[in-house]
Design a protein around this ligand. Sequence first.
Ligand code: LMR
Length: 328
Amino acid sequence: MRKLTAGLFMAAAMMTSTVALAADPIVIKLSHVVAENTPKGQMANKFRDLVSERLGGKVEVEVYPSSQLYGDNKVLEAMLLGDVQIAAPSLSKFKKYTKKLQLFDLPFLFKDMAAAERFQQGPAGQKLLSSMKKKGILGLGYLHNGMKQISASKPLRVPADASGLKFRIMSSDVLSAQFEAVDAVPLKKPFSEVFTLLQTKAIDGQENTWSNIYSKKFFEVQDYITASDHGLIDYLVVTSTEFWDSLPSDIRGDVKQALDEAIEHGNMIAAQKATGDRKAIEKSGRSKILDLSDAERQQWVDAMKPVWSQFEGAVGKDLLDAAIAANN
Ligand code: LMR
């Protein structure tokens, strides 16, 4: 009888633990700041869907867009505390953890997205994925958004037009130096505040990709957008080393596979939106798009490129050379 009771007890305990396992999937919270109809928003949703299809019951991805959970200045801290498991801040937002990624903010560094892709997928770019490992942050992959354009309340054709104007920038010292180089006033502000700052005319302009300008409606509160392609907004999809190492290895492999596929999807959307969202803004008639002549664009290059020398020491000459070489 005692044997029977013990057997029943064990069977009940095993059932309970099976139920507990089934009821407790690993939850991956992915927090980001942009709208869902953007390359990053679409990447995140695709990742959630792929994980649900392939690992349903074992792993669950929760996506929090539009700074709903954390703004861009807090998300990495939250990730290191274990409140978020994956984030994808723009490459401009890692200054606290490494100076090397400042490379990506240097104005007029990559001639186009193909050059950025070549650099990111090459040996120097891949090495950067683990540049913050000692700080507990692991890069899982790069995601594209696109080239930056400058929007403003007045037409900007040459650098002198920007003199004295206030521009919102991401929290990057390179971007600060870039706007100071044209005698403008840079203000570091979270992405979630940009629309209101523009609408209330607390600032005169900002720089961003076509998809961010479109999806967050900046074009409705800015009269002009200069098609400058002067820099890059791409992302580093990151996790904490602690979380990543805690995953069972088979699950980690499947999660990484789903993420790689989601990034590929996001990159395809990025390429589409770079032209599609520009066209949509043009069609709206709300903001006038200014294309620069070669001579006008060269003036911006001449004014902003000297910023490189200020950051070469922190970034490293080897890295800078590798990025320049990716243009060919
Ligand atoms: C910004 O802050 O302007 C952008 O980097 C937001 C984003 O994540 O694309």
